[in-house]
Design a protein around this ligand. Structure first.
Ligand SMILES: NC(=O)c1ccc[n+]([C@@H]2O[C@H](COP(=O)([O-])OP(=O)(O)OC[C@H]3O[C@@H](n4cnc5c(N)ncnc54)[C@H](OP(=O)(O)O)[C@@H]3O)[C@@H](O)[C@H]2O)c1
Length: 264
């Protein structure tokens, strides 16, 4: 399998490059960043060469930024021959940008997975948190999500906190309230973001009842975790038919299989 890394010079891009090189069934054909292209280890190529270079890849992995993701959208939109799979790990995209990817998936016949968190542990947390919500919310438990990330993170709340909140809100009749500044309403699922230091990422879901509290949390201990998850999810998306997918489209059975059979 051949991959192209968009955002290859970034913190995540470097980790994913390492994870790809550590497998024996993937190769990195090239990458792109704000400073240009790297193709088969040669740096400094111009963006004009993107279309030719990227057609050698089965999968494009994007861990860049909102602006970097827009650049990628532009080149894929303008390239009539682009027809590969794409894993989007960049976070902070607005609805307009996501809608455009949905259109591109159809127009260009690309299998696109929007993955604001590529940790398999978070995917499991997502499933478990919905189950707990379904049982506890009708019993009067309030649900709140707290997330912490390093001081350099550009978006808040994290894409993962939104993903978790949307999962729970989707199975309950609740609305998501971000960084509340007034009284709590009973129909809300609150999401609060903390920023500072070098925290890779922590997410805690709290189920707060009158007599007991349940808290489930996930703590990322290294960026390598997201990188290895990105490779596994990349393997999942290349096997899908063209279309736009979200993490929630991966069934619990597929997820367990990915975890049990992981080779990275
Ligand atoms: N899905 C997940 O599990 C997960 C986990 C961690 C992070 N993330 C997300 O992944 C993204 C990257 O994070 P990071 O920590 O690696 O960031 P980073 O270290 O700042 O790296 C950003 C990368 O994107 C490139 N880039 C930025 N703007 C660009 C543009 N306009 N055109 C082309 N390339 C551009 C940068 O290129 P230059 O070096 O040339 O500037 C660099 O290669 C962020 O959105 C972050 O929130 C997702």
């Amino acid at each position: 399998m051949k991959a192209w890394m968009h955002g290859y010079s970034g913190r995540m891009g470097q980790e994913i490059t390492k994870a790809i090189r550590a497998t024996n069934h993937w190769t990195l054909v090239g990458g792109s960043s704000a400073r240009g292209l790297m193709f088969e280890e040669q740096e400094g190529l111009s963006w004009d060469q993107f279309s030719n270079a990227v057609t050698n890849a089965d999968l494009v992995i994007d861990f860049s930024s909102v602006a970097g993701n827009l650049e990628l959208q532009k080149v894929i939109r303008s390239d009539s021959h682009y027809s590969k799979a794409l894993l989007i790990g960049s976070t902070g995209l607005d609805q307009k940008q996501i809608d455009e990817w949905q259109k591109l998936a159809i127009d260009k016949k690309v299998a696109i997975l929007l993955a604001p968190n590529t940790s398999l542990g978070i995917l499991l947390l997502h499933q478990v948190s919905k189950l707990l919500g379904e049982v506890l919310a009708p019993q009067g438990f309030d649900i709140e999500i707290l997330e912490s990330h390093h001081r350099a993170k550009l978006d808040a709340p994290s894409g993962t906190a939104k993903f978790l909140a949307q999962g729970i809100a989707g199975v309950l009749d609740k609305t998501i309230k971000v960084n509340r500044d007034g009284k709590r309403e009973s129909h809300e699922i609150g999401v609060t973001a903390l920023r500072g230091g070098t925290v890779f990422g922590e997410h805690e879901i709290q189920y707060l009842g009158d007599e007991e509290e349940i808290k489930i949390s996930h703590r990322a201990l290294s960026r390598g975790l997201f990188a290895k998850g990105a490779v596994l999810l990349g393997e999942w998306i290349v096997k899908q038919k063209p279309g736009f997918y979200r993490l929630e489209d991966i069934t619990i059975e597929e997820m367990i299989k990915l975890i049990q059979e992981r080779k990275v």
